[in-house]
Design a protein around this ligand. Structure first.
Ligand SMILES: [Zn+2]
Length: 337
């Protein structure tokens, strides 16, 4: 029987990643008394508290406490949405080229057996500028993605696990041992996940660096600043070819907070989760059209999982849908207020 969440195997990847983000000044924070190591809570139970800075009574040093159950939660969300995005891209591609899904799969299977040069020759004109290794990786993931029956089964199972991670009554650690982080898809999901955790950790470290911890009463502005500082460090330090994964990770982390507070109850400390999501989304939306897909699909899943009443139906991945979601949220929060 597994005694811990499979996701903890990725801890060293996160440490490596944080080293790539010098503008977060983690080293300076450590000099100022922030303990270098992350202490995990919730190692065999549902999520109690996502992440926070705790001052140790022993040596007076501060350290980051991070929920292992939350890490698993975030990974599941990354997995669900990345597959959803890729599927929607493939579906659109099929429609555009007038081929069936089966023909598309057959085509990618053939392409995978070719050499890099041959793939380069056959690549569709609009992909000519693409990184060829990333493109071949993408082709390799296609069969796993397009086994629609398996796809739906796995998405449903992951959603069930998400719910388990929030509830003591249904929680069973053994259910998580079925998770495989080493599928052809794993690498991509793991990278997005690590950026998501990185965002959460740097958010906490920013509170430390910006002196928020010494304040008597927490202010909403502090939370806005911590988000901005964390996202800003990641966005400015990460190389172009990792930027998409990084931004996806930040969005996944922010959506995970929405899912953990699905009725958007204000806590009077943080801006509401949807406000935090849109703040980052506005900064990156022009970088890549796929961010619209993330936004729309995550909100659709939210409405479905938590049975949000009157959520707009039949949303496509368009700007117009984003506006409709914004209008809906404004009404939704007004009714609740
Ligand atoms: Zn905070």
């Amino acid at each position: 029987m597994n005694s811990q969440f499979p996701i903890l195997a990725l801890n060293s990847n996160i440490t490596q990643l944080i080293k790539k983000i010098p503008s977060a000044d983690i080293l300076d924070n450590i000099k100022e008394g922030l303990n270098n190591e992350i202490r995990f809570i919730d190692q065999d139970c549902p999520i109690s508290d996502v992440a926070k800075i705790v001052k140790s009574p022993m040596d007076g040093k501060s350290y980051v406490s991070l929920s292992a159950a939350y890490c698993q939660y975030l990974w599941l969300m990354c997995s669900i949405i990345i597959k959803e995005i890729d599927l929607s891209v493939v579906m659109e591609e099929c429609k555009r080229c007038g081929v069936t899904l089966e023909q598309f799969i057959e085509g990618t299977k053939q392409a995978v057996s070719l050499s890099q040069e041959q793939v380069l020759e056959q690549i569709p004109l609009e992909y000519k500028g693409i990184n060829i290794e990333q493109y071949i990786d993408y082709l390799k993931r296609i069969p796993e993605l397009l086994n629609i029956e398996e796809f739906c089964k796995l998405q449903k199972y992951y959603i069930k696990l998400l719910v388990e991670l929030m509830e003591q009554e249904t929680f069973n650690l053994g259910d998580f041992s079925a998770i495989d982080v080493n599928t052809p898809y794993g690498e991509k999901i793991n990278s997005v996940y690590c950026f998501g955790i990185c965002f959460i950790l740097l958010h906490e470290a920013s509170h430390f660096a910006l002196g928020h911890l010494d304040k008597v009463s927490p202010a909403i502005q502090d939370e806005v600043e911590a988000d901005f500082s964390s996202f800003g460090s990641i966005y400015s330090d990460i190389s172009e070819n990792e930027k998409f994964s990084a931004n996806c990770g930040v969005l996944c982390a922010l959506f995970s907070l929405l899912y953990l507070n699905p009725t958007i109850e204000p806590d009077n400390i943080h801006p509401t989760e949807d406000e935090r999501i849109f703040k980052v989304y506005e900064c990156i939306k022009n970088d890549n059209p796929k961010y619209i897909v993330i936004l729309v699909q995550f909100f659709k899943y939210w409405a479905e999982i938590y049975q949000i009443i009157d959520f707009p139906p039949n949303l496509q991945n368009t700007e117009d849908s984003v506006d409709r979601i914004k209008d809906f949220l404004a009404e939704y929060k007004k009714i609740k207020a």
